[in-house]
Design a protein around this ligand. Structure first.
Ligand code: PLP
Length: 353
């Protein structure tokens, strides 16, 4: 048997978001924070046209997409690095800083990909517990050592949906040494309605060590095509581009992302509907007597502790798949009104079981 790196023995096989089906054949996947809507006709059309060019390699620099993103956000194209999903960009970021001895700080509980990427890169994870269900930025700043190379701030946080606000973020960034990279993972930015939440793109300009991750997977509904981007100052964006696997962002993904930016108004109307549903679901859960943190993402979080797996099991009987974190809680994506109503019936039944 080949000799693999020892760290691989600790890496669990990836578990995809589950699906479930009720006895009468209903199935709602509320486990992966996907858009409940199918792709826009204009995007499907653009991708269909691009399909006739699939014998050609894609543009390795994603030039047209990079320019479209830069124009959309009013930043120079040199500040943009496109990637095959923001998880891939995260892996690239770990490649830019991760080496044995390097420490990477992130909150826990936060995005499941962080520990995995850290381990694979050889970096050491420093996990700082959430305070309540929110990032404890003061404690994260306290955890900085001379070995710290990167800090991940997931805002809104996956899986809790909570946010950090402008003043605390600024105070935190002021405490981070300039040679430590701070990554603001804003995968759910389009769902944020709290005006007190900093848009990372308004802070990175003055801070050479801050970068922002965004994705087309969630609000833009392109999870299956794998495309996201980083925006940061030139040295950061260029370091990340150096770690790109050649031709990583495929031609259909580049095309779909450009078409999605062109159809952004239509997509953001859908986001508005999801946000309304999110508030409806949260209020209904609270009136059923659940504790639900305020969420600025397209999901809600229930901290269920020991009852987590039982809860997920009873949702599955109703055809609702949720994301269960054993011993911690469940993250439930906001779906169509019908899916959400089915979920609310399941939570009500569990409450009285
Ligand atoms: C879903 C998600 C992403 C997006 O991943 P992609 O690779 O772009 O699909 C990134 N960060 C967080 C915290 C997420 O929840």
């Amino acid at each position: 048997m080949p000799r693999f790196r020892a760290i691989l023995d600790t890496v669990p096989a990836y578990k995809a978001g589950k699906t479930a089906m009720s006895a009468d054949g209903r199935s709602y996947k509320l486990s992966s924070n996907e858009s409940p809507y199918g792709p826009l006709p204009s995007v499907v059309e653009a991708v269909s046209r691009a399909a006739s060019e699939m014998h050609l390699y894609p543009d390795p620099a994603s030039t047209a997409l990079t320019n479209a993103i830069a124009e959309r956000h009013g930043v120079p194209p040199e500040h943009v690095a496109a990637g095959a999903g923001s998880v891939t960009l995260l892996q690239q970021l770990f490649e830019t800083v991760g080496e044995p001895g390097a420490e990477v700080i992130y909150a826990w509980q936060s995005f499941e990909a962080y520990p995995l990427m850290a381990d694979l890169s050889g970096a050491t994870s420093v996990r700082v517990p959430l305070l309540g269900e929110t990032h404890h930025l003061e404690a994260m700043a306290d955890a900085i050592t001379p070995q710290t190379r990167m800090i991940l701030v997931c805002n809104p946080n996956n899986p809790t949906g909570t946010v950090v606000h402008a003043a605390e973020l600024e105070a935190f960034l002021d405490r981070v040494p300039e040679d430590v990279l701070v990554v603001l993972d804003e995968a759910y930015r389009e769902y944020v309605r709290d005006a007190g939440v900093t848009d990372g793109l308004t802070v990175y300009g003055d801070r050479p060590n801050v970068a922002v991750l965004r994705t087309f997977s969630k609000a833009y509904g392109l999870a299956g095509l794998r495309v996201g981007y980083l925006i940061g100052n030139e040295p950061v964006a260029s370091a990340v581009r150096k770690t790109t696997v050649p031709f990583a962002v495929n031609h259909l993904a580049q095309t779909a992302a450009i078409a999605s930016l062109a159809a952004e108004d239509e997509l953001l109307e859908r986001v508005d509907i999801v946000v309304k549903e999110r508030e409806r679901v949260r209020e209904a859960l609270i009136s059923q007597d659940w504790t639900v943190p305020i969420t600025e993402a397209n999901f809600v979080w229930l901290r269920l502790g020991d009852r987590t797996m039982d809860f997920a099991g009873s949702c599955a009987l109703e055809g609702v798949a949720v994301r269960a974190f054993a011993g911690e809680g469940v993250r439930i994506s906001i779906g169509t009104p019908e899916a959400n109503d089915t979920l609310l019936a399941a939570t009500e039944a569990f409450r009285h079981a």
